[in-house]
Design a protein around this ligand. Structure first.
Ligand code: TRP
Length: 447
């Protein structure tokens, strides 16, 4: 049974609520966990400059396209793509597949965050070595990631205006305020300025052409991940928008908030690490092994660490719910499922996939796929394959299959909001973006 399109569809209750939900989707583990160590290990200021450049030149137009495609279609990612070109539903399926893939490892990390939060609150700040031991356990991590999945599922069950929007409107502002508080505290620690220079100044002056290319490849990947692009998330969120809303202003706000929070995170994590003489290049383990050790040496470290992990949890939840919603919207509208099943059946599948993902993080050699730990395989699949392909096909769909007049009318809200950048926008969507995505994807496979 196809769902009837005439039935009253949920909507965002306010423009502010939508911005909080969309920015909440963007602001996630990508900002708090990935951005600081990516910047730290990829040339600091050079990475930051490349990141800001790609966010402005590719992030803004692609995000705008996703919202426009979603609002135009007024349905889930697959059917919204189909409403532009009937054969192009597959572009939306990248979103569904991507949501499952990202969620399966996102929930593992979400579970770690919950466990760390619980430990910090009970004044047991984990040591640097704790992380390696914890991830080899078989049952406890599963319980925490199941809890993380349940929390998200319940929020999504309450729908757009009643669940996702309400939760994001509270959590994102709280995250911004507390994060700034922690940043100010950390910047006041002795030795913090060294971390600031590490984050903001290019580490070496002898960067060659190859290094620059490598940095650009990583920066572009990070822009896609951090802005939740190429996976139907913003198509789905855009489909709940009103025709009156200004898509251009929303897009710029979402990108600005996400970028600003990423920079604040860099200015929090790096100075803290340097101030206590720790190594900044622990990579993915940075916030789970290095940072807790830093907190452990601070006076009232339990309080700072509890607040920090609470913020990481907020960020992870507002992102995970956006991914669950991509699937739920598809299941209810395309498959005609009741919302409760459209939420909990996929949640169960995500949990099943997250088990081998979690197990593969502990002992090496456990749950391998194609010579990679299953966790890394999921990251590879989403970051290197699904996300770039999804973004590529979205550009082709919007740039070539959609008439320019129709696309322009949707973006400008039938002329309600001027769209002076239209010529630049179409140039990017048609030529620059697809080309850059191909170049970067090829480059990342070569390197
Ligand atoms: N943007 C989120 C982060 O920074 C992760 C995320 C949520 C995501 N939804 C997505 C990534 C969709 C890609 C696609 O952590």
């Amino acid at each position: 049974m196809k769902a009837n399109k005439s039935s009253q569809r949920d909507k965002w209750s306010s423009g502010f609520g939508f911005i909080m939900a969309a920015a909440g989707s963007a602001v996630g583990l990508g900002n708090l966990w990935k951005f600081p160590y990516m910047a730290g290990t990829n040339g600091g200021a050079v990475f930051l400059a490349a990141y800001i450049f790609f966010a402005a030149v590719l992030g803004v137009p692609i995000l705008l396209t996703e919202l426009a495609v979603g609002r135009n279609g007024g349905q889930n990612a697959v059917d919204s793509c189909r409403s532009i070109a009937p054969k192009w539903g597959f572009a939306g399926y990248f979103g569904i597949a991507g949501a499952f893939t990202v969620l399966s490892y996102y929930c593992v990390v979400g579970g770690w965050v919950m466990k760390y939060l619980a430990s910090c609150i009970s004044d047991n700040i984990p040591t640097a070595e704790y992380f390696a031991g914890y991830t080899t356990l078989t049952s406890e991590p599963m319980i925490w990631q199941l809890l993380f999945i349940l929390v998200n599922s319940v929020i999504v069950l309450f729908g757009i205006s009643g669940g996702i929007e309400k939760v994001s409107s509270v959590l994102l502002p709280l995250l911004i305020v507390f994060l700034m508080g922690i940043m100010i505290y950390v910047l006041g620690l002795p030795g913090a300025s060294e971390g600031v220079s590490f984050f903001l100044l290019p580490g070496r002056s002898d960067l060659g052409f190859g290094d620059i290319i490598r940095i650009c490849v990583r920066a572009l990947g990070q822009v896609f991940f951090s802005l939740s692009l190429g996976m139907g998330t913003l198509i789905t969120y855009g489909s709940y928008l009103d025709k009156k809303d200004d898509l251009q202003k929303s897009t710029v706000t979402i990108v600005a908030v996400d970028t600003l929070i990423a920079i604040i995170c860099g200015l929090t994590v790096m100075p803290a690490v340097f101030s206590f003489g720790m190594e900044p290049d622990a990579g993915p383990g940075l916030i789970f092994s290095t940072l807790p050790a830093v907190f452990g040496r601070m006076s009232s470290g339990w309080l700072i660490s509890s607040v920090f992990f609470l913020l990481v949890l907020f960020a992870a939840v507002t992102s995970a719910i956006s991914l669950f919603e991509v699937i739920a919207a598809f299941m209810t509208e395309h498959k005609g499922m009741k919302r409760i099943w459209a939420v909990f059946i996929p949640a169960l599948c995500v949990f099943a996939l997250s088990i081998p993902a979690a197990l593969s993080c502990g002992e090496s050699g456990r749950c391998m796929v194609m010579g990679m730990a299953f966790f890394d395989f999921l990251v590879f699949l989403s970051d290197q394959i699904i996300m770039p392909l999804g973004g590529f096909f979205l550009c082709i769909l919007a740039g070539y299959k959609w008439s320019r007049e129709a696309a322009e009318a949707e973006i400008s809200g039938n002329g309600q909001h001027r769209f002076p950048a239209a010529p630049i926008y179409f140039g990017i969507i048609r030529y620059a973006a697809p080309l850059l995505i191909v170049i970067v994807t090829v480059a990342s496979f070569i390197s």
